[in-house]
Design a protein around this ligand. Structure first.
Ligand SMILES: Cc1cc2nc3c(=O)[nH]c(=O)nc-3n(C[C@H](O)[C@H](O)[C@H](O)COP(=O)(O)O)c2cc1C
Length: 168
């Protein structure tokens, strides 16, 4: 089960319905160990509910709904058509009229799509000086209020109770 899973109780609930496991993105994105840039993690910590949008036009060249923080620099750039269409990656490819995988909608035009490859790579710290980041998040990202370690997060998700510190 995946999508918006946030707490220990969420995990228990979906396992009780018969799920074998859960997959979680956003919670682990905002950990010290995650390879997201500090700016990405801090943008998630600051995000409010209405900062989270499903990008349509401009949107993902894959053609699927794509949830992002609306202040993501790559998204803003796409709204203003600031980034000329170009591609130096080629990870998102559709067939051309000769049946070869050569087409990416964001490579052909910057009217309706952002460059998902360079945007996501930049948000993970790859080439951030050359390409603007795209901050993708899950629907519950506004609930994240701090960057924690994976160990702390795993304890929280496992429902480990912290010992109450004794007061002298
Ligand atoms: C940092 C991050 C990376 C993601 N990478 C992928 C991916 O490579 N492929 C994909 O289909 N979805 C990807 N997603 C989308 C998640 O699969 C989707 O957001 C998930 O269903 C929402 O769960 P969450 O609320 O736990 O983030 C990613 C999401 C995040 C936050």
């Amino acid at each position: 089960m995946a999508g918006g899973i946030y707490t220990h109780e969420d995990i228990k609930y979906f396992l009780s319905l018969g799920a074998d496991a859960v997959q979680m993105g956003t919670r682990f994105l905002v950990t010290e160990e995650s390879s997201a840039t500090r700016e990405y993690k801090e943008a998630v910590v600051k995000a409010r509910k209405d900062d989270i949008i499903i990008a349509g036009t401009p949107g993902s060249p894959c053609g699927l709904p794509f949830r992002v923080l609306k202040h993501s620099p790559m998204y803003r750039d796409a709204l203003e058509k600031g980034r000329p269409p170009r591609c130096d990656k080629g990870y998102v490819l559709f067939r051309d009229d000769k049946g070869r995988f050569t087409r990416c909608l964001a490579k052909e035009s910057n009217e309706s799509h952002f460059c998902i490859c360079n945007g996501l790579l930049s948000s993970a710290g790859y080439n951030p000086d050359e390409e603007k980041p795209l901050y993708t998040v899950g629907s519950n990202a506004y609930r994240v209020d701090r960057i924690m370690t994976v160990s702390e997060l795993m304890d929280e998700l496992k429902g480990v109770k912290k010992p109450v510190e004794s007061v002298a």
